[in-house]
Design a protein around this ligand. Structure first.
Ligand SMILES: C[S@@+](CC[C@H](N)C(=O)[O-])C[C@H]1O[C@@H](n2cnc3c(N)ncnc32)[C@H](O)[C@@H]1O
Length: 382
């Protein structure tokens, strides 16, 4: 992956298409949910070019600006305002050029994101805001610089690119690098993460997992719900994680659905890239047939639902979905239809295997609503 921003702004990397789909679909859903507010903010802290110079693909600041323009064009009762920050001079000029036509909805700032945090917090006031923090590597994510954002009382959601590869490198044998990682975590010494990394010989993926978990554990102190989205390349290598942090179960549920709904785009993009690179897709001997696969997914989801219901007297469907999404590896992995099926409903868009229908017991539906209704009350038959 290029690390020089000038190189970076040439072409959109294939796996970034999924990142953009997640970002923009979530922004659309979130702004619609927050429509009772007159205005909503989107802050792109590491904005990059508005337009990639070689392939003309558009970047995150222009995607968001287009949505802001669309809302204004359709006379939506609420407005989306976008604030972008970009450090690199040449990339910033590109950003300015590509957002000129959206100047009613866009404010650009040139420099280090951390230096603009105070000004941005002043501009956004108490308005709901989605922060997209998408640096190259981890530089720029220093904990102290982001802390005022984490402390906001107002509705705040974050989508952060966490480069687990860089985290692993920063915690390697060379101690001179450790202080950089400490400052990302907001720790004075390496004691915090040292205990997460069992040994320097730990397998690479385990080490990336543990360091990401160490960062998530810190985020969770400010945002009770954190979801992890792995962004992979066509050879199945982990590029980075997108971490979604929110105080709201609804936000968790919506982002879960966005990730699930955009998986098709991710798969198509990566398949096209594999084809171009001549990487074949091998069928595993153990691949399940589609019906068995649905059954396996539904059983796993049902198990996750039962675990959550054990913890509460009763809850409503959209909260339960948020809770399930916020646990372990569930995030982004199940759809609303699958959830309805698990609650005993018959979603139109999913053919539920007979064998699963016989497993419905133990989930009770109250208040006369159907299992597909967000406000249906659910409890466990004890
Ligand atoms: C990965 S690119 C952003 C891509 C863009 N978000 C998108 O999805 O289209 C990261 C950008 O952050 C910029 N950058 C790096 N450090 C920064 C900092 N401290 N403050 C603001 N921008 C920074 C880089 O110059 C680069 O253009």
């Amino acid at each position: 992956m290029p690390t020089d921003p000038k190189q970076y702004q040439e072409s959109l990397l294939p796996w970034s298409r999924w990142k953009h789909a997640i970002l923009i679909e979530y922004l659309k859903a979130m702004s619609a949910i927050m429509r009772s507010w007159e205005s909503i903010f989107y802050v792109d802290g590491f904005a990059g070019p508005g337009k990639y110079t070689k392939d003309d693909a558009i970047g995150s600041p222009v995607l968001a600006a287009k949505h802001a323009q669309e809302l204004a064009r359709t006379n939506a009762q609420y407005a989306l305002q976008c604030i972008n920050v970009e450090l690199d001079n040449c990339v910033f000029q590109n950003l300015e050029r590509s957002t000129t036509q959206y100047s009613d909805y866009v404010t650009n700032r040139h420099g280090d994101f951390g230096q603009y945090v105070a000004e941005i917090l002043g501009i956004i006031g108490d308005k709901p805001t989605l922060f997209f923090l998408d640096p190259i590597g981890l530089k720029g994510l220093e904990w102290q610089a982001l802390l005022p954002i984490f402390h906001r009382d107002a509705k705040t959601e974050l989508l952060i690119r966490f480069d687990a590869q860089t985290a692993t490198r920063l915690t390697g044998n060379e101690e001179s690098l450790h202080s950089t990682f400490n400052s990302i975590l907001g720790e004075d010494s390496s004691d915090y993460w040292l205990k997460c990394v069992a040994s320097y010989d730990d397998g690479a993926q385990r080490k990336r997992d543990r360091l990401t978990k160490a960062y998530e554990d810190k985020l969770i102190k400010h945002f009770p719900y954190v979801g992890r989205i792995p962004i992979l390349s066509s050879d199945d290598a982990l590029k980075y994680y997108l971490l979604f942090a929110t105080k709201s179960l609804k936000g968790m549920q919506v982002m879960n659905d966005v990730c699930f709904a955009t998986q098709g785009l991710r798969d198509r993009t990566l398949d096209a890239e594999r084809k171009e690179a001549g990487i074949g897709q091998q069928m595993s001997f153990f691949d399940l047939n589609p019906e068995d696969e649905i059954l396996r997914e539904l059983k796993a989801l049902k198990q996750a639902v039962l675990v959550e219901l054990e913890e509460v007297d009763s809850t409503v469907r959209d909260e339960l979905r948020g809770l399930v999404a916020s646990r372990a590896d569930n995030f982004g992995r199940f759809s609303g239809s699958q959830f309805t099926a698990v609650l005993g409903g018959r979603p139109r868009s999913l053919s539920v295997p007979k064998e699963f229908e016989n497993l419905k017991a133990r989930i009770q539906i109250h208040n006369g609503l159907t299992p597909g209704n967000d406000k249906v009350e659910i409890s466990l038959m004890r």
